[in-house]
Design a protein around this ligand. Structure first.
Ligand code: CA
Length: 242
């Protein structure tokens, strides 16, 4: 058995492939089949997310340049829904996408054009790491700060007295972005996961003011979610994850 092949006694690991270029998608799927993986292919982000709501694959191969949604936004939604391994595919020159993708939890990336065998090797490597401690880190779901706790899977924010607030998914996404990078200035784009945010888009400010009303003693004078004028926002508390 080659080092790339799977253990024949184990059920084949399921890999989701989202790629709008049919030729590349077929190449990836064929290579994965050759080495014993089961696959499902999707042509856009929406189709992948609908499937992820029902089934958890071992790993997603994600093209960042999809027709229906921003690749970075898609990555954060995959992370929220599944916590599975992620290998991203990008075009040459998309360094910013790669860096942001890795920051958002992708495990590795490949630049097109790539050698299909190399892709299979990267997939195997990610799955090996995920069977160990990396999986526990990726599946972390509870964050605690200043007596508060956030259950990222259930979108529930708990106060120290046990009061529960059910957050919207957009609100949870923003709070989670803060909790993953406390004491760092985050731009509005980083907080909503969209690079094409226009200056007139106030949705992020609405989400922040909702969070402040829940979290801050005096929302007009925030101590926790601080505004950094001209730069973005910063979460000012120590966070621990379990
Ligand atoms: Ca594409």
């Amino acid at each position: 058995m080659s080092a790339l092949q799977q253990d024949a006694t184990a059920p084949p690991a399921l890999i989701f492939v989202v790629e709008d270029d049919a030729a590349i998608s077929q190449l990836v799927v064929a290579a994965l089949h050759e080495y014993g993986f089961a696959t499902e292919a999707f042509r856009n982000g929406g189709a992948l997310l609908r499937r992820l709501a029902a089934t958890r694959p071992a790993l997603c191969v994600v093209d960042l340049g999809l027709p229906d949604m921003d690749g970075i936004d898609l990555l954060s939604q995959i992370g929220a829904l599944s916590g599975c391994g992620v290998l991203i595919l990008t075009g040459r020159g998309h360094m910013v996408d790669r860096v942001m993708g890795l920051e958002l939890g992708a495990d590795d990336y490949m630049v097109k054009p790539f050698e299909p065998r190399e892709l299979v090797a990267r997939v195997r490597s990610i799955l090996r790491r995920h069977s160990g401690t990396a999986l526990a880190v990726k599946q972390r779901r509870h964050a605690s700060f200043l007596g508060w706790s956030l259950d990222c899977a259930a979108n529930i924010l708990r106060a120290s007295d046990g009061t529960e607030h059910l957050l919207g998914s957009a609100e949870t996404q923003v709070l989670r972005a803060f909790l993953e990078r406390p004491h760092q200035i985050l731009t509005r784009e980083q907080l909503v996961g969209q690079r094409e945010l226009s200056a007139s888009d106030r949705s992020i400010d609405v989400r922040i003011s909702r969070l402040r009303r829940k979290l801050e003693g005096d929302p007009q004078n925030p101590q926790l979610i601080k505004t950094v004028y001209g730069a973005g926002y910063m979460f000012a508390a120590v966070v621990s994850w379990t």
